[in-house]
Write a protein that binds this ligand. Structure first.
Ligand code: AMP
Length: 189
């Protein structure tokens, strides 16, 4: 199954996508993790991306698409994957749809992890990553509001979107995700 996770920073996408990937036995793909890895390795793409990440800004589409599509082309993604952190803009969603359509492997479901703003702010303030200072946290939440929220309409219009309540224990959230996935599975087979 090919699944996209959408949700603001701090919603718990990272944790839940790893767990879901393990459960479904498909690779978890996080563009944030890939970009941080590229930065740590000192590649040209990583160094360029870091300039934007440090500021809490989105990395330009062509750089993120390059790193994601390269990874998606690897054989272990053939049966499916969980994508966390991409797309973050409508043009990225269109690029992903086009890329997958060319390979006859469309997305099956888009999960939106929903957590209210006050709770996100509280969670992010306690996380301690390099791009998690108060000011940067607010910038990242704002980037989500401005650029990523329109994606919800994009996927809603394609009947792919399932909103998951992100409050509660990780187990509760995980069960809600499984229920959403189960609800679309019969249509695939
Ligand atoms: P994340 O780990 O998903 O919170 O991503 C960390 C940072 O990586 C973001 O704040 C962006 O600067 C960058 N990033 C990750 N995914 C994308 C994307 N799809 N488009 C643009 N920038 C991204």
């Amino acid at each position: 199954m090919r699944i996209v996770f959408i949700g603001p920073p701090g919603a718990g996408k990272g944790t839940q996508s790893l767990r879901l990937a393990e459960h479904l036995n498909v690779p978890p793909l996080s563009t944030g993790a890939m970009l941080r890895d590229a930065t740590a390795k000192g590649s040209e793409l990583g160094i360029e991306s870091a300039k934007f990440m440090k500021q809490g800004q989105l990395v330009p589409d062509h750089l993120v698409e390059q790193i994601l599509f390269q990874r998606l082309s690897e054989p272990d993604c053939a049966e499916g994957c969980i994508i966390d952190g991409f797309p973050r803009t409508v043009p990225q969603a269109e690029a992903l749809d086009d890329w997958l359509a060319e390979r006859q492997s469309p997305l099956e479901i888009v999960l939106e992890l929903y957590v209210p703003f006050e709770e996100l702010h509280r969670r992010l303030a306690g996380r301690g990553r390099a791009d998690d200072s108060q000011e940067i946290v607010l910038k990242r939440l704002r980037a989500y509001d401005d650029l990523t929220r329109p994606l919800l309409d994009y996927y809603q219009g394609r009947s792919k979107l399932h909103r998951i309540d992100g409050l509660g224990s990780p187990d509760e959230v995980f069960e809600r995700m499984l229920a959403a996935i189960k609800s679309v599975k019969p249509k695939q087979s």
